[in-house]
Design a protein around this ligand. Sequence first.
Ligand SMILES: Nc1ncnc2c1ncn2[C@@H]1O[C@H](COP(=O)(O)OP(=O)(O)OP(=O)(O)O)[C@@H](O)[C@H]1O
Length: 628
Amino acid sequence: MLRQATRSCPFCQVRSLLPQRLPNPPQQTRSYAQLQKQRAPRNAVSKFQQRRPSRMVLSDTVARPPRPRASEKPLKKKREPFSHLNQTKAPPFLDQRRQQDNTGDAFPPQKRSGRDGKRTSRRTEYHALKMQRTLHEVPYRSRSAIKRNIEEVESFESLPLMENVQKAILDALPDLEYRSPTPAQRVAIPALLGVEKASRSRSESQKTGIDSFLLAAETGSGKTLAYLLPTIDAIKREEIADAEEMARAQAQKAAIQETEKRDDIFGLESPPLTNAVDPARPRAVVLVPSAELVAQVGAVAKSLSHTVKFRAAPISAKNTPAVIRNRLFNENGVDMVVTTPPLLASIAESNPNILSRVTHLIVDEADSLFDRSFKPSTTEILEKSAPSLKKLVLCSATIPRYLDKYLAEKYPKMNRLVTPNLHAIPRRVQLGVVDVNKDPYRGNKMLACADTIWQIGKASGDYDPSDGKEATQVKRILVFVNERENTDEVAKYLVSKGIDALAFHRDTDPNRQAKTLASFTGMEKAKEATDGSKGSVATSQASQSTRQLPNTKVIVTTDLGSRGIDTVSVRHVILYDVPHTTIDFIHRLGRTGRMGRRGRGIVLVGRGDRADVVKEVKEAMFRGEALI
Ligand SMILES: Nc1ncnc2c1ncn2[C@@H]1O[C@H](COP(=O)(O)OP(=O)(O)OP(=O)(O)O)[C@@H](O)[C@H]1O
């Protein structure tokens, strides 16, 4: 009993009262803090951490070139909490700094961090987000340097793009009176055109013949044009160079034939040279993860091709074999193919020549395309196109650590093009939180979701700062759930509450999908304005309910709807489930507030949801900081 009492009370000093024969257990001498540690070891992980998919973690070194290998760098001593005490010699860096600094002040007022020991401004610590370890940190010093550099690019005219490519920009951005490049475009276009060719990249291209780029920029920042414009410019220049080369070769051949003909009077006349194009051998390939993105990027490429005159072939598994064949094996040839990796890899198996002329390979949404499901087909295409490849561009709004690590190993000299706001959600997007556990919902999330949609729908028209006028009458709301199985269930419930809602997932009927998305991506907007139709797909479903919410359309979707889709008309995003990672937060909230517009995200926090994570995301958004 006595021993038990002493064990349970760490401060108890009655150990000496114990009889000698009882062995003195070592833990009795430990402090309370030590006992606490013993109960909850430092490296213990919470249930949430155990469940967290370890690969979905954002990299904190996107902007930096990879570290030297272990064999190249000196071994660093591990830092213990009290390791700075009991030292008999000042560390060498302290001596050096003291020598440099005449004041002798060895400890600057600001926190020093980063591998290079440069001064960074003190930023807020996000503990819950740190547990998720999902966000990238670009030092604020680097962000300012990038900002200063991109300020020099004021307009598209100042970029060395070909004249007709400059003109084509008007076709790609038709509704805008004043067009200036976005930060992503200011960073990427000069680098991809070779104006700001980093020395690292140059030395690599001399070795391998491939210039590799990683374009990491926030959602809705115009990455599509950032890679399409320089690619189209390059393939047009190649085309001109090839035509000149061909003309020269033909002239040479004709001259040789002429002399041979003069010398050989009995020889047969050789057949005339044909200028037939080689079908299905594109110069550029754009890889994207979904058929919806194929259609979207294909539409931008097509809009540019009206002025520049090049042939773009968007092909996906949603097209019929006949359509794919016609687009790919066009008798006039094809310059750019926009597709998904599995489809192109399967075509390349039966037609190995298809990748034999590719000089530009763009991997959009690179974090998805280098994830487990797409990686085999993406790398296969990369390997097959390597002999002719000149430029490899990887592009994404989020760079997880597994991708950063993979790229550092595979392309150590990769040119990293990062925008100042990477991994931050724009401040013009507000985040609201609905506590589902409170009245009137009392844990009923579906009710909370329906009520939130009704409140948005009934509110008077939003003011659209980009238009300078009242926003469109129809309000479009995206609801994100974590599991695909829940999309139908939630959509059904919303319909029963008089809301025009649709589930959008991989198995949705393609025609219905296309129609629904068109209304959210702004393609149907013009039609609506002219014929006054609401373009609703689910109106008939909604009409079953007695009370109807007018002029509001809702799509209930998963990550499928969060990747790359340019939902310009969406002003409200509801996060029905708290996203598992900050990567998902960025992509889902990234569907609103695109390209300078304002937006609102609403998170429904129920039982078991990480309210602490939501709180820190909200704080980071308010401060305009990266979600680290
Ligand atoms: N320079 C510009 N000025 C105004 N609008 C632009 C400009 N460049 C692109 N846009 C528009 O911005 C919107 C978003 O572009 P885009 O889809 O390329 O973004 P993104 O960076 O790829 O987004 P995400 O990461 O979500 O895929 C599009 O509607 C596009 O037309």
